[in-house]
Design a protein around this ligand. Sequence first.
Ligand code: HGY
Ligand code: MN
Ligand code: MN
Length: 414
Amino acid sequence: MPAPLLSLDAPLLLQQIDALGRIGQDAPESGRTRIALTDADRAGRDQLVKWMRALDLDVQVDRIGNLFGTLPGRADGPPLMIGSHIDTVRHAGALDGCYGVLAGLAVQRAYRQAGQMPQRGIVVAAFTNEEGVRFQPDMMGSLVHAGGLALQQALDTVGTDGVRLGDALAQIGYAGTLEPGTIRPQAYLELHIEQGPVLEAEGTLIGVVEDLQGISWQKVSVQGVANHAGTTPTRLRHDAAYAAAACICFLREQVAAAPPGTTLATTGSLRLEPDLVNVIARQATFTVDLRDPDAQRLQAAEQRFAGFLEALALREGVQIRTEQLVRFDPVVFDATLASRIEAAAARRGLSHRRMTSGAGHDAQMIARIAPAAMIFVPSRGGISHNPREHTDETQLIQGAEVLLDVVQACLATP
Ligand code: HGY
Ligand code: MN
Ligand code: MN
């Protein structure tokens, strides 16, 4: 007798997304902030653990703070993993990462409520520090889990606030005992909002994510000479602020000339010293985030920028230092999983298209140790990393239903 069809408790999924989104809430209309390993992150983790225990999952925390909730299966063997993250950027939306973790719980709940044990275990993972805004690199917890970053090096990472990651982890009580990488999944699925404009612009409901672009983060420090804004002729200036602005303009000119869907350049953080209206900046420290789906193009963009910095330093009489914070090559996801996502969307009559992920995700790290793929749902206005981040409830549920279907398809095959 075929097992009863599973169905999601959609209202509870939406309610949990809303409830988690209220943790670490900022001022009205300003979103929430649960930066990795802060008290707000701890509060979000505590809530997730409560929900995992309510599902009677086997809850484990590893030594980098990755959180796992496992629904046991009938047979032993590597579990199917559904993952993402619940740490946020500052003034974040409620969906980035959280949607995928809570949809994973909803899939496990569907088995529980049907009184069914899955053929193999299903583990939901919430990885530590996916955003990487306090401690670099981003996707840190999943990178350690995949063996791409040594645990001790991660624990000794010093954040932008001068705090050592291992101390912050202990401080929030999530320095677990499980050795990272212990749970080796048979396959990994991540459901995530697109965080970009593509699906909405085409009126498509499901993104079948085939690959994910390469990411390069650098910190650039420009050392100039502080001087009086009113008495120093332009030709005698060694102006760190001007040098930083010249870099940002150079990067924009470089990418503006590139075809759409190729290199992107962003300076999201910029600090000047002494940061005074009438003093020529002595020091400028800023970040450069370069991304491209093509490894060669990304490398060429990095090299052009390095050449520009050299010439700029000579021309402006400033010293320029760079520090590579993050460097990940593009990743191609598992073709079989992608086809299963496509088939599940088609069976439900949901419009779908294959696409590249512009954002970094834990899936790109777990793809190093297991077949992995991602499912996207549309983002209204393509907005994310912003309190206005939004996806219609119907679309959120459709994404979770596709996830449930793909999980069943994966578990049905030995
Ligand atoms: O930067 C990223 O793409 C991800 O949100 N950490
Ligand atoms: Mn995310
Ligand atoms: Mn994010």
